[in-house]
Design a protein around this ligand. Structure first.
Ligand SMILES: NC(=O)c1ccc[n+]([C@@H]2O[C@H](COP(=O)([O-])OP(=O)(O)OC[C@H]3O[C@@H](n4cnc5c(N)ncnc54)[C@H](OP(=O)(O)O)[C@@H]3O)[C@@H](O)[C@H]2O)c1
Length: 553
Protein backbone atom coordinates (compact mmCIF):
# COMPACT_ATOMS: atom_id res chain seq x y z
CA UNK A 1 0.00 0.00 0.00
CA UNK A 2 1.30 3.50 -0.75
CA UNK A 3 0.44 7.16 -0.79
CA UNK A 4 -0.66 7.75 -4.33
CA UNK A 5 -1.59 10.99 -6.08
CA UNK A 6 -4.94 9.67 -7.28
CA UNK A 7 -6.00 13.04 -8.57
CA UNK A 8 -4.40 16.44 -9.11
CA UNK A 9 -5.83 17.89 -5.89
CA UNK A 10 -3.66 15.60 -3.77
CA UNK A 11 -6.36 15.48 -1.10
CA UNK A 12 -5.80 13.45 2.04
CA UNK A 13 -7.96 10.55 0.84
CA UNK A 14 -5.91 10.23 -2.34
CA UNK A 15 -4.27 7.03 -1.24
CA UNK A 16 -4.51 3.62 -2.73
CA UNK A 17 -4.27 0.11 -1.43
CA UNK A 18 -2.69 -2.67 -3.40
CA UNK A 19 -0.96 -5.94 -2.74
CA UNK A 20 2.81 -5.72 -2.91
CA UNK A 21 5.03 -8.22 -4.67
CA UNK A 22 8.40 -9.50 -3.49
CA UNK A 23 10.27 -7.45 -6.09
CA UNK A 24 12.25 -4.21 -5.79
CA UNK A 25 10.02 -2.02 -7.91
CA UNK A 26 6.70 -3.55 -6.74
CA UNK A 27 7.55 -4.00 -3.06
CA UNK A 28 6.85 -1.80 -0.03
CA UNK A 29 8.86 -0.24 2.82
CA UNK A 30 10.33 2.31 0.44
CA UNK A 31 9.51 5.89 -0.45
CA UNK A 32 8.18 5.16 -3.93
CA UNK A 33 6.84 1.98 -5.41
CA UNK A 34 4.93 0.81 -8.44
CA UNK A 35 1.42 -0.64 -8.27
CA UNK A 36 -0.57 -2.22 -11.07
CA UNK A 37 -3.36 0.29 -11.63
CA UNK A 38 -6.09 -2.29 -12.27
CA UNK A 39 -5.28 -4.01 -9.00
CA UNK A 40 -5.13 -0.90 -6.83
CA UNK A 41 -8.12 0.63 -5.07
CA UNK A 42 -8.74 4.09 -3.75
CA UNK A 43 -9.11 4.07 0.04
CA UNK A 44 -12.47 5.60 0.90
CA UNK A 45 -12.64 8.29 3.57
CA UNK A 46 -14.17 6.00 6.23
CA UNK A 47 -11.08 3.76 6.30
CA UNK A 48 -7.79 4.83 7.83
CA UNK A 49 -4.47 4.21 6.18
CA UNK A 50 -3.62 1.72 8.94
CA UNK A 51 -6.89 -0.13 8.58
CA UNK A 52 -6.44 -0.34 4.84
CA UNK A 53 -3.12 -2.09 5.44
CA UNK A 54 -4.99 -5.12 6.79
CA UNK A 55 -6.79 -5.69 3.52
CA UNK A 56 -4.64 -6.65 0.54
CA UNK A 57 -3.20 -10.04 1.39
CA UNK A 58 -5.96 -11.12 3.77
CA UNK A 59 -8.99 -10.30 1.66
CA UNK A 60 -7.32 -11.73 -1.44
CA UNK A 61 -6.71 -15.00 0.40
CA UNK A 62 -10.31 -15.16 1.60
CA UNK A 63 -11.91 -14.08 -1.69
CA UNK A 64 -9.81 -16.16 -4.07
CA UNK A 65 -10.38 -19.24 -1.91
CA UNK A 66 -14.15 -18.86 -1.98
CA UNK A 67 -14.79 -17.35 -5.41
CA UNK A 68 -11.77 -18.29 -7.53
CA UNK A 69 -12.60 -20.83 -10.22
CA UNK A 70 -11.21 -23.95 -11.85
CA UNK A 71 -7.97 -23.31 -13.72
CA UNK A 72 -7.20 -24.57 -17.17
CA UNK A 73 -4.28 -25.14 -17.41
CA UNK A 74 -3.72 -25.76 -13.69
CA UNK A 75 -1.95 -23.03 -11.72
CA UNK A 76 1.01 -23.27 -9.37
CA UNK A 77 -1.22 -24.89 -6.73
CA UNK A 78 -3.21 -27.26 -8.85
CA UNK A 79 -6.41 -27.15 -10.86
CA UNK A 80 -8.47 -25.10 -8.41
CA UNK A 81 -7.90 -21.43 -7.72
CA UNK A 82 -10.88 -21.48 -5.34
CA UNK A 83 -14.23 -23.11 -4.72
CA UNK A 84 -15.84 -21.30 -7.66
CA UNK A 85 -18.75 -19.61 -5.88
CA UNK A 86 -20.20 -16.47 -7.51
CA UNK A 87 -18.54 -13.39 -6.00
CA UNK A 88 -20.70 -10.64 -4.50
CA UNK A 89 -19.30 -8.22 -7.08
CA UNK A 90 -20.64 -10.36 -9.91
CA UNK A 91 -24.26 -9.86 -10.95
CA UNK A 92 -26.57 -11.96 -8.82
CA UNK A 93 -23.77 -12.74 -6.38
CA UNK A 94 -25.08 -10.81 -3.36
CA UNK A 95 -27.12 -13.12 -1.14
CA UNK A 96 -26.96 -15.93 -3.71
CA UNK A 97 -26.23 -18.72 -1.24
CA UNK A 98 -29.09 -18.09 1.15
CA UNK A 99 -29.63 -20.95 3.57
CA UNK A 100 -26.41 -22.74 2.59
CA UNK A 101 -24.17 -23.35 5.59
CA UNK A 102 -20.46 -22.52 5.60
CA UNK A 103 -17.82 -23.32 8.20
CA UNK A 104 -14.91 -20.89 8.59
CA UNK A 105 -12.17 -22.32 10.79
CA UNK A 106 -10.28 -19.56 12.62
CA UNK A 107 -12.81 -16.73 12.30
CA UNK A 108 -10.85 -14.26 14.44
CA UNK A 109 -7.74 -14.48 12.27
CA UNK A 110 -7.22 -11.72 9.73
CA UNK A 111 -8.04 -14.00 6.80
CA UNK A 112 -10.94 -15.58 8.70
CA UNK A 113 -12.49 -12.18 9.43
CA UNK A 114 -12.67 -11.38 5.73
CA UNK A 115 -13.90 -14.87 4.86
CA UNK A 116 -16.81 -14.41 7.30
CA UNK A 117 -17.69 -10.99 5.93
CA UNK A 118 -17.63 -12.27 2.34
CA UNK A 119 -19.72 -15.29 3.33
CA UNK A 120 -22.27 -12.93 4.85
CA UNK A 121 -22.41 -10.86 1.65
CA UNK A 122 -22.95 -14.06 -0.29
CA UNK A 123 -25.88 -14.93 1.94
CA UNK A 124 -24.47 -18.10 3.55
CA UNK A 125 -26.41 -19.07 6.64
CA UNK A 126 -25.54 -20.34 9.16
CA UNK A 127 -21.96 -19.05 9.21
CA UNK A 128 -20.24 -21.29 11.72
CA UNK A 129 -16.76 -20.43 12.91
CA UNK A 130 -14.16 -21.42 15.48
CA UNK A 131 -12.40 -18.88 17.71
CA UNK A 132 -11.63 -18.23 21.34
CA UNK A 133 -14.56 -17.09 23.44
CA UNK A 134 -12.85 -13.73 23.89
CA UNK A 135 -13.26 -13.21 20.12
CA UNK A 136 -16.85 -14.40 19.88
CA UNK A 137 -18.27 -10.88 19.59
CA UNK A 138 -15.59 -9.92 17.06
CA UNK A 139 -16.59 -12.86 14.86
CA UNK A 140 -20.28 -12.15 15.29
CA UNK A 141 -19.78 -8.54 14.27
CA UNK A 142 -18.17 -9.82 11.07
CA UNK A 143 -21.25 -11.95 10.38
CA UNK A 144 -20.72 -15.30 12.09
CA UNK A 145 -23.96 -16.79 13.36
CA UNK A 146 -22.32 -19.47 15.55
CA UNK A 147 -18.93 -19.27 17.23
CA UNK A 148 -17.46 -22.48 18.60
CA UNK A 149 -14.62 -22.11 21.09
CA UNK A 150 -12.01 -24.53 19.82
CA UNK A 151 -10.49 -24.79 23.31
CA UNK A 152 -13.71 -26.03 24.86
CA UNK A 153 -14.77 -28.04 21.79
CA UNK A 154 -11.65 -29.62 20.32
CA UNK A 155 -11.44 -30.09 16.57
CA UNK A 156 -12.16 -33.79 16.98
CA UNK A 157 -15.62 -32.79 18.21
CA UNK A 158 -16.24 -30.12 15.57
CA UNK A 159 -18.20 -32.37 13.16
CA UNK A 160 -20.64 -33.26 15.94
CA UNK A 161 -20.94 -29.62 17.00
CA UNK A 162 -21.64 -28.53 13.42
CA UNK A 163 -24.25 -31.23 12.94
CA UNK A 164 -26.09 -29.89 15.98
CA UNK A 165 -26.30 -26.48 14.31
CA UNK A 166 -27.29 -27.55 10.82
CA UNK A 167 -28.54 -30.69 9.16
CA UNK A 168 -27.86 -29.26 5.68
CA UNK A 169 -24.76 -30.63 3.96
CA UNK A 170 -21.79 -28.27 4.39
CA UNK A 171 -20.50 -27.78 0.88
CA UNK A 172 -17.76 -25.30 1.80
CA UNK A 173 -15.27 -25.27 4.66
CA UNK A 174 -12.82 -22.37 4.62
CA UNK A 175 -9.89 -23.22 6.92
CA UNK A 176 -8.28 -19.82 7.58
CA UNK A 177 -6.39 -21.71 10.27
CA UNK A 178 -5.14 -24.88 8.60
CA UNK A 179 -3.42 -26.72 11.42
CA UNK A 180 -3.39 -30.48 11.00
CA UNK A 181 -6.27 -30.99 13.43
CA UNK A 182 -8.25 -28.24 11.70
CA UNK A 183 -7.65 -29.89 8.32
CA UNK A 184 -8.76 -33.23 9.68
CA UNK A 185 -11.94 -31.68 11.06
CA UNK A 186 -12.58 -29.81 7.78
CA UNK A 187 -12.41 -33.07 5.84
CA UNK A 188 -14.88 -34.66 8.22
CA UNK A 189 -17.29 -31.74 8.25
CA UNK A 190 -17.46 -31.13 4.51
CA UNK A 191 -20.05 -32.86 2.34
CA UNK A 192 -18.81 -35.51 -0.09
CA UNK A 193 -18.92 -33.31 -3.16
CA UNK A 194 -17.87 -30.17 -1.28
CA UNK A 195 -14.83 -27.90 -1.10
CA UNK A 196 -12.22 -27.53 1.60
CA UNK A 197 -10.13 -24.39 1.17
CA UNK A 198 -6.81 -24.40 3.03
CA UNK A 199 -4.45 -21.50 3.67
CA UNK A 200 -1.52 -23.83 4.28
CA UNK A 201 -0.41 -26.88 2.29
CA UNK A 202 -2.49 -30.00 2.97
CA UNK A 203 -0.95 -32.30 5.55
CA UNK A 204 -3.53 -35.02 5.01
CA UNK A 205 -3.78 -36.37 1.50
CA UNK A 206 -3.48 -34.60 -1.80
CA UNK A 207 -4.74 -31.41 -3.42
CA UNK A 208 -7.42 -31.30 -6.07
CA UNK A 209 -10.40 -33.57 -6.58
CA UNK A 210 -10.42 -36.76 -4.54
CA UNK A 211 -11.97 -40.02 -5.55
CA UNK A 212 -15.13 -39.30 -3.52
CA UNK A 213 -15.64 -35.95 -5.30
CA UNK A 214 -14.33 -33.75 -2.49
CA UNK A 215 -12.14 -30.87 -3.65
CA UNK A 216 -9.18 -29.75 -1.55
CA UNK A 217 -7.71 -26.36 -2.44
CA UNK A 218 -4.58 -24.66 -1.16
CA UNK A 219 -5.32 -21.04 -1.94
CA UNK A 220 -2.74 -18.71 -3.46
CA UNK A 221 -3.65 -15.47 -1.73
CA UNK A 222 -2.04 -13.14 -4.21
CA UNK A 223 -3.67 -11.18 -6.99
CA UNK A 224 -0.25 -10.76 -8.55
CA UNK A 225 0.28 -14.26 -9.94
CA UNK A 226 -0.89 -14.65 -13.54
CA UNK A 227 -3.71 -17.07 -12.77
CA UNK A 228 -5.23 -14.53 -10.37
CA UNK A 229 -4.78 -11.33 -12.44
CA UNK A 230 -8.30 -11.32 -13.82
CA UNK A 231 -9.84 -12.18 -10.46
CA UNK A 232 -7.77 -9.43 -8.83
CA UNK A 233 -8.84 -6.82 -11.39
CA UNK A 234 -12.51 -7.50 -10.65
CA UNK A 235 -12.11 -7.60 -6.91
CA UNK A 236 -10.13 -4.35 -6.83
CA UNK A 237 -12.74 -2.64 -8.99
CA UNK A 238 -15.35 -3.57 -6.38
CA UNK A 239 -13.33 -2.89 -3.23
CA UNK A 240 -13.76 0.91 -2.84
CA UNK A 241 -17.56 0.54 -2.98
CA UNK A 242 -17.61 -2.43 -0.59
CA UNK A 243 -15.48 -0.49 1.89
CA UNK A 244 -17.29 2.82 1.54
CA UNK A 245 -20.67 1.14 2.16
CA UNK A 246 -19.28 -0.73 5.15
CA UNK A 247 -20.04 -4.07 3.46
CA UNK A 248 -16.46 -4.98 4.18
CA UNK A 249 -14.89 -3.64 7.34
CA UNK A 250 -11.15 -3.74 7.97
CA UNK A 251 -9.57 -5.88 10.68
CA UNK A 252 -8.80 -4.56 14.15
CA UNK A 253 -5.55 -2.63 14.05
CA UNK A 254 -3.04 -1.29 16.44
CA UNK A 255 -0.16 0.97 15.43
CA UNK A 256 3.21 0.09 16.91
CA UNK A 257 5.69 2.83 17.57
CA UNK A 258 9.10 2.96 15.93
CA UNK A 259 8.26 1.93 12.35
CA UNK A 260 10.04 -1.24 11.31
CA UNK A 261 12.05 -1.23 14.53
CA UNK A 262 8.76 -1.73 16.41
CA UNK A 263 8.05 -5.00 14.63
CA UNK A 264 10.13 -7.43 16.75
CA UNK A 265 8.49 -6.21 19.97
CA UNK A 266 5.11 -6.57 18.24
CA UNK A 267 5.78 -10.18 17.36
CA UNK A 268 6.85 -10.84 20.92
CA UNK A 269 3.62 -9.26 22.16
CA UNK A 270 1.58 -11.55 19.98
CA UNK A 271 3.10 -14.46 21.87
CA UNK A 272 2.42 -12.77 25.21
CA UNK A 273 -1.12 -11.95 24.26
CA UNK A 274 -1.92 -15.54 23.55
CA UNK A 275 -0.70 -16.32 27.06
CA UNK A 276 -2.99 -13.59 28.29
CA UNK A 277 -6.03 -14.95 26.50
CA UNK A 278 -5.10 -18.36 27.81
CA UNK A 279 -5.17 -16.93 31.30
CA UNK A 280 -8.58 -15.42 30.78
CA UNK A 281 -9.98 -18.58 29.32
CA UNK A 282 -8.94 -20.53 32.35
CA UNK A 283 -9.94 -18.01 34.95
CA UNK A 284 -12.82 -16.21 33.35
CA UNK A 285 -16.36 -17.15 32.55
CA UNK A 286 -15.61 -18.52 29.09
CA UNK A 287 -17.13 -21.82 28.14
CA UNK A 288 -13.64 -23.36 28.37
CA UNK A 289 -13.43 -22.51 32.04
CA UNK A 290 -13.04 -25.46 34.33
CA UNK A 291 -12.64 -23.54 37.57
CA UNK A 292 -15.53 -22.24 39.60
CA UNK A 293 -16.11 -18.51 39.07
CA UNK A 294 -14.21 -16.35 41.46
CA UNK A 295 -15.11 -12.79 42.37
CA UNK A 296 -15.34 -10.13 39.69
CA UNK A 297 -13.09 -7.80 41.62
CA UNK A 298 -10.42 -10.46 41.96
CA UNK A 299 -10.44 -10.92 38.20
CA UNK A 300 -10.12 -7.23 37.65
CA UNK A 301 -7.21 -6.98 40.10
CA UNK A 302 -5.38 -9.76 38.35
CA UNK A 303 -5.95 -8.26 34.94
CA UNK A 304 -4.87 -4.81 36.00
CA UNK A 305 -1.74 -6.26 37.53
CA UNK A 306 -1.10 -8.10 34.25
CA UNK A 307 -0.10 -11.07 36.33
CA UNK A 308 2.28 -13.35 34.48
CA UNK A 309 0.79 -16.74 33.85
CA UNK A 310 1.63 -19.33 36.42
CA UNK A 311 3.14 -22.41 34.76
CA UNK A 312 1.04 -25.54 34.83
CA UNK A 313 2.30 -28.95 35.64
CA UNK A 314 1.43 -31.04 32.58
CA UNK A 315 0.23 -34.62 32.99
CA UNK A 316 2.90 -37.23 32.44
CA UNK A 317 0.97 -38.94 29.63
CA UNK A 318 0.51 -35.63 27.79
CA UNK A 319 4.24 -35.05 28.09
CA UNK A 320 4.82 -38.58 26.83
CA UNK A 321 2.63 -37.86 23.81
CA UNK A 322 4.46 -34.61 22.96
CA UNK A 323 7.87 -36.20 23.30
CA UNK A 324 7.44 -39.78 22.18
CA UNK A 325 4.44 -39.94 19.86
CA UNK A 326 6.44 -40.00 16.63
CA UNK A 327 8.98 -42.44 18.00
CA UNK A 328 6.92 -44.90 20.02
CA UNK A 329 3.33 -44.63 18.85
CA UNK A 330 2.81 -43.24 15.37
CA UNK A 331 3.81 -46.15 13.08
CA UNK A 332 1.95 -48.71 15.10
CA UNK A 333 -1.16 -46.57 15.42
CA UNK A 334 -1.20 -45.64 11.71
CA UNK A 335 -1.00 -49.32 10.70
CA UNK A 336 -3.84 -50.30 13.03
CA UNK A 337 -5.93 -47.34 12.08
CA UNK A 338 -5.74 -48.38 8.43
CA UNK A 339 -7.36 -51.71 9.34
CA UNK A 340 -10.01 -49.98 11.44
CA UNK A 341 -10.79 -47.50 8.67
CA UNK A 342 -11.47 -50.21 6.10
CA UNK A 343 -13.63 -52.18 8.55
CA UNK A 344 -15.51 -48.99 9.31
CA UNK A 345 -15.98 -48.19 5.61
CA UNK A 346 -17.31 -51.71 5.00
CA UNK A 347 -19.67 -51.44 8.01
CA UNK A 348 -20.96 -48.06 6.85
CA UNK A 349 -21.72 -49.51 3.42
CA UNK A 350 -24.29 -51.87 4.97
CA UNK A 351 -27.70 -50.18 4.74
CA UNK A 352 -29.40 -49.21 8.00
CA UNK A 353 -32.78 -50.60 9.07
CA UNK A 354 -35.52 -48.05 8.50
CA UNK A 355 -36.31 -46.07 11.65
CA UNK A 356 -33.00 -46.65 13.45
CA UNK A 357 -31.14 -43.79 11.88
CA UNK A 358 -27.88 -42.89 13.61
CA UNK A 359 -27.53 -46.12 15.55
CA UNK A 360 -25.44 -49.00 14.23
CA UNK A 361 -27.30 -51.96 12.75
CA UNK A 362 -26.66 -55.55 13.84
CA UNK A 363 -24.75 -56.24 10.64
CA UNK A 364 -22.56 -53.22 11.05
CA UNK A 365 -21.77 -54.23 14.62
CA UNK A 366 -20.96 -57.78 13.65
CA UNK A 367 -18.44 -56.52 11.11
CA UNK A 368 -16.84 -54.08 13.52
CA UNK A 369 -16.74 -56.54 16.39
CA UNK A 370 -14.94 -59.07 14.23
CA UNK A 371 -11.83 -56.97 13.70
CA UNK A 372 -8.77 -58.43 15.44
CA UNK A 373 -5.21 -57.17 15.83
CA UNK A 374 -2.94 -60.11 15.99
CA UNK A 375 -0.35 -59.89 18.73
CA UNK A 376 -1.37 -56.45 19.86
CA UNK A 377 -3.67 -56.59 22.85
CA UNK A 378 -3.07 -52.97 23.61
CA UNK A 379 -4.69 -51.72 20.47
CA UNK A 380 -7.34 -54.46 20.59
CA UNK A 381 -8.49 -53.14 23.99
CA UNK A 382 -8.62 -49.55 22.78
CA UNK A 383 -10.54 -50.58 19.68
CA UNK A 384 -12.96 -52.79 21.63
CA UNK A 385 -13.69 -49.89 23.99
CA UNK A 386 -14.43 -47.64 21.05
CA UNK A 387 -16.73 -50.33 19.60
CA UNK A 388 -18.62 -50.57 22.89
CA UNK A 389 -19.25 -46.86 23.01
CA UNK A 390 -20.27 -47.03 19.33
CA UNK A 391 -22.88 -49.62 20.24
CA UNK A 392 -24.33 -47.33 22.89
CA UNK A 393 -24.17 -44.02 21.11
CA UNK A 394 -23.66 -44.68 17.41
CA UNK A 395 -21.60 -41.90 15.89
CA UNK A 396 -18.56 -41.54 13.77
CA UNK A 397 -15.10 -42.95 13.75
CA UNK A 398 -12.92 -40.12 15.00
CA UNK A 399 -9.24 -40.76 14.50
CA UNK A 400 -8.17 -38.29 17.18
CA UNK A 401 -10.16 -40.12 19.84
CA UNK A 402 -8.65 -43.51 19.03
CA UNK A 403 -5.19 -42.01 18.73
CA UNK A 404 -5.42 -40.33 22.14
CA UNK A 405 -6.66 -43.55 23.77
CA UNK A 406 -3.92 -45.61 22.15
CA UNK A 407 -1.19 -43.13 23.15
CA UNK A 408 -2.53 -43.23 26.70
CA UNK A 409 -2.43 -47.04 26.68
CA UNK A 410 1.12 -47.13 25.31
CA UNK A 411 2.24 -44.75 28.04
CA UNK A 412 0.69 -46.88 30.78
CA UNK A 413 2.26 -50.03 29.40
CA UNK A 414 5.79 -48.64 29.91
CA UNK A 415 8.02 -49.78 32.76
CA UNK A 416 7.94 -47.92 36.07
CA UNK A 417 11.54 -46.91 35.51
CA UNK A 418 10.69 -45.29 32.17
CA UNK A 419 7.75 -43.43 33.67
CA UNK A 420 9.87 -42.30 36.59
CA UNK A 421 12.56 -40.82 34.36
CA UNK A 422 9.92 -39.09 32.23
CA UNK A 423 8.40 -37.60 35.36
CA UNK A 424 11.81 -36.34 36.49
CA UNK A 425 12.28 -34.61 33.16
CA UNK A 426 8.82 -33.08 33.38
CA UNK A 427 9.46 -31.88 36.95
CA UNK A 428 12.69 -30.24 35.92
CA UNK A 429 10.98 -28.38 33.04
CA UNK A 430 8.28 -27.26 35.45
CA UNK A 431 10.85 -26.08 38.03
CA UNK A 432 12.59 -23.96 35.40
CA UNK A 433 9.29 -22.43 34.28
CA UNK A 434 8.48 -21.65 37.93
CA UNK A 435 11.85 -19.89 38.34
CA UNK A 436 11.09 -17.68 35.35
CA UNK A 437 7.62 -17.02 36.72
CA UNK A 438 9.02 -15.95 40.10
CA UNK A 439 11.51 -13.64 38.37
CA UNK A 440 8.65 -12.05 36.41
CA UNK A 441 6.69 -11.50 39.62
CA UNK A 442 9.73 -9.86 41.22
CA UNK A 443 10.28 -7.58 38.23
CA UNK A 444 6.66 -6.34 38.42
CA UNK A 445 7.73 -3.93 41.15
CA UNK A 446 10.61 -2.48 39.11
CA UNK A 447 10.63 1.19 38.10
CA UNK A 448 8.15 2.02 35.34
CA UNK A 449 9.70 3.29 32.12
CA UNK A 450 8.01 5.01 29.14
CA UNK A 451 8.45 1.73 27.25
CA UNK A 452 6.64 -0.05 30.06
CA UNK A 453 3.70 2.36 29.83
CA UNK A 454 3.63 2.06 26.09
CA UNK A 455 3.58 -1.71 26.25
CA UNK A 456 0.91 -1.82 28.93
CA UNK A 457 -1.28 0.69 27.08
CA UNK A 458 -0.93 -1.25 23.85
CA UNK A 459 -2.05 -4.39 25.63
CA UNK A 460 -5.05 -2.67 27.17
CA UNK A 461 -7.59 -3.85 24.53
CA UNK A 462 -6.53 -7.43 25.05
CA UNK A 463 -7.37 -7.51 28.73
CA UNK A 464 -10.08 -4.85 28.87
CA UNK A 465 -12.18 -6.45 26.13
CA UNK A 466 -12.72 -9.80 27.86
CA UNK A 467 -13.40 -7.97 31.10
CA UNK A 468 -15.97 -5.69 29.45
CA UNK A 469 -17.51 -8.70 27.76
CA UNK A 470 -17.73 -10.51 31.08
CA UNK A 471 -19.44 -7.50 32.74
CA UNK A 472 -21.80 -7.11 29.82
CA UNK A 473 -22.90 -10.74 30.09
CA UNK A 474 -23.22 -10.56 33.87
CA UNK A 475 -25.15 -7.32 33.94
CA UNK A 476 -27.13 -7.78 30.74
CA UNK A 477 -26.10 -4.27 29.67
CA UNK A 478 -23.92 -2.66 27.06
CA UNK A 479 -20.57 -1.83 28.62
CA UNK A 480 -18.07 0.87 27.69
CA UNK A 481 -14.82 1.09 29.57
CA UNK A 482 -13.02 4.40 29.07
CA UNK A 483 -9.64 4.91 30.65
CA UNK A 484 -8.02 8.31 30.61
CA UNK A 485 -4.52 9.53 31.37
CA UNK A 486 -1.18 10.39 29.72
CA UNK A 487 -0.87 8.29 26.59
CA UNK A 488 2.63 7.15 25.92
CA UNK A 489 2.29 7.06 22.12
CA UNK A 490 0.95 10.62 22.10
CA UNK A 491 3.94 12.09 23.87
CA UNK A 492 2.19 11.93 27.22
CA UNK A 493 -0.88 13.96 26.18
CA UNK A 494 -4.09 13.20 28.10
CA UNK A 495 -6.39 11.04 26.07
CA UNK A 496 -8.83 8.18 26.39
CA UNK A 497 -8.58 4.50 25.57
CA UNK A 498 -11.93 2.85 25.21
CA UNK A 499 -13.51 -0.54 24.81
CA UNK A 500 -17.15 -0.98 23.89
CA UNK A 501 -19.13 -4.17 24.22
CA UNK A 502 -22.73 -4.43 23.09
CA UNK A 503 -24.59 -2.82 20.21
CA UNK A 504 -27.98 -1.32 19.44
CA UNK A 505 -30.73 -3.75 18.58
CA UNK A 506 -31.78 -2.13 15.32
CA UNK A 507 -30.80 -3.79 12.02
CA UNK A 508 -27.66 -1.65 11.65
CA UNK A 509 -26.42 -2.86 15.06
CA UNK A 510 -24.10 -0.01 16.07
CA UNK A 511 -21.67 0.47 18.92
CA UNK A 512 -22.00 3.55 21.10
CA UNK A 513 -19.42 5.68 19.31
CA UNK A 514 -21.11 5.02 15.94
CA UNK A 515 -24.69 5.26 17.20
CA UNK A 516 -24.13 8.54 19.04
CA UNK A 517 -20.78 9.99 17.98
CA UNK A 518 -21.52 13.42 19.54
CA UNK A 519 -22.26 11.85 22.92
CA UNK A 520 -19.14 9.72 22.77
CA UNK A 521 -16.99 12.70 21.76
CA UNK A 522 -18.44 14.83 24.55
CA UNK A 523 -17.62 12.12 27.07
CA UNK A 524 -14.04 11.83 25.78
CA UNK A 525 -13.63 15.62 25.99
CA UNK A 526 -14.96 15.72 29.51
CA UNK A 527 -12.69 12.88 30.63
CA UNK A 528 -9.65 14.53 29.03
CA UNK A 529 -10.44 17.79 30.78
CA UNK A 530 -10.70 15.97 34.09
CA UNK A 531 -7.50 14.11 33.27
CA UNK A 532 -5.69 17.42 32.92
CA UNK A 533 -6.58 18.12 36.56
CA UNK A 534 -5.40 14.73 37.72
CA UNK A 535 -1.93 14.43 36.19
CA UNK A 536 1.05 16.71 36.68
CA UNK A 537 3.27 17.79 33.75
CA UNK A 538 5.96 15.48 35.20
CA UNK A 539 3.56 12.55 34.98
CA UNK A 540 2.76 13.41 31.36
CA UNK A 541 6.48 13.55 30.59
CA UNK A 542 7.29 10.33 32.45
CA UNK A 543 4.83 8.47 30.26
CA UNK A 544 5.92 10.01 26.95
CA UNK A 545 7.65 7.65 24.58
CA UNK A 546 9.92 10.58 23.62
CA UNK A 547 10.93 10.99 27.23
CA UNK A 548 14.05 8.88 27.01
CA UNK A 549 15.17 10.50 23.75
CA UNK A 550 14.77 13.95 25.30
CA UNK A 551 16.79 12.94 28.32
CA UNK A 552 19.58 11.62 26.16
CA UNK A 553 19.95 14.88 24.23
N1 LIG B 1 -2.20 -19.22 1.30
C1 LIG B 1 -1.94 -17.94 1.36
O1 LIG B 1 -1.68 -17.30 0.34
C2 LIG B 1 -2.00 -17.24 2.69
C3 LIG B 1 -2.09 -15.83 2.76
C4 LIG B 1 -2.23 -15.23 4.02
C5 LIG B 1 -2.20 -16.02 5.17
N2 LIG B 1 -2.05 -17.36 5.05
C6 LIG B 1 -2.07 -18.24 6.21
O2 LIG B 1 -3.37 -18.12 6.77
C7 LIG B 1 -3.31 -18.36 8.16
C8 LIG B 1 -4.03 -17.21 8.86
O3 LIG B 1 -3.25 -16.03 8.74
P1 LIG B 1 -3.72 -14.70 9.48
O4 LIG B 1 -2.70 -13.66 9.21
O5 LIG B 1 -5.13 -14.47 9.15
O6 LIG B 1 -3.60 -15.19 10.99
P2 LIG B 1 -3.68 -14.31 12.29
O7 LIG B 1 -4.54 -13.12 12.08
O8 LIG B 1 -2.31 -14.08 12.82
O9 LIG B 1 -4.42 -15.36 13.24
C9 LIG B 1 -4.35 -15.22 14.60
C10 LIG B 1 -5.59 -15.82 15.21
O10 LIG B 1 -5.69 -17.19 14.87
C11 LIG B 1 -6.53 -17.78 15.83
N3 LIG B 1 -6.17 -19.19 16.01
C12 LIG B 1 -4.99 -19.71 16.37
N4 LIG B 1 -5.08 -21.06 16.43
C13 LIG B 1 -6.36 -21.36 16.12
C14 LIG B 1 -7.06 -22.56 16.01
N5 LIG B 1 -6.48 -23.74 16.25
N6 LIG B 1 -8.37 -22.51 15.65
C15 LIG B 1 -8.98 -21.33 15.42
N7 LIG B 1 -8.36 -20.14 15.52
C16 LIG B 1 -7.07 -20.16 15.86
C17 LIG B 1 -6.35 -17.03 17.11
O11 LIG B 1 -7.66 -16.69 17.47
P3 LIG B 1 -8.22 -16.69 18.97
O12 LIG B 1 -7.47 -15.60 19.68
O13 LIG B 1 -9.66 -16.39 18.74
O14 LIG B 1 -7.96 -18.04 19.56
C18 LIG B 1 -5.55 -15.79 16.70
O15 LIG B 1 -6.11 -14.60 17.17
C19 LIG B 1 -1.84 -18.48 8.53
O16 LIG B 1 -1.52 -19.83 8.62
C20 LIG B 1 -1.13 -17.84 7.34
O17 LIG B 1 0.16 -18.36 7.16
C21 LIG B 1 -1.97 -17.99 3.84
Amino acid sequence: MARYPWDSTGRAWSMSLFQAVYAHDLGTLQQYTVAIATRAAKIPGNISFDEAATLPSNIATAAIGIYGGRLDPPGARGPYQGAGYTAPWTEGGIGKYKYQPIVVIGGSSSVGQYAIQLAKLSGFNPIITTASTSNEEYCKRAGATHVIDYHATPYSALPAAVSQITTEPVELVYAAISSEEAQRAALEVVAKSGYVVLTLPPTIGALGERSDGMKVIFVMGSVNVPENYEFGDKMYAALPGLLARGDIKPNRTEVLLGGLAGAPAGVERLANNSALSHWFRNNGNGSGSKKPHDGLSKKFDTMVDMAPEKPRHAHADQFFSTKQYNIMVKDCFDAHFCTVTSAWAAAQAIPQQPGVEGLPSEDQLALLAGVMFEGDDLFQDVYDNWCQSFVKKGGKLVEVTLRAAFTHAVYHSQSDEFKKSLKQELDSIYDKAMDTYRQLLDSADAEKTPEYYHEMQSKAPHYLYPFAEHMSKRLGMNVSIMVYGPISAQEGAISVKSIHVGTTNDPASLEWMDAKPEACEAMVKSMCAFGEQCFTPEEHAACSSNHRVELQH
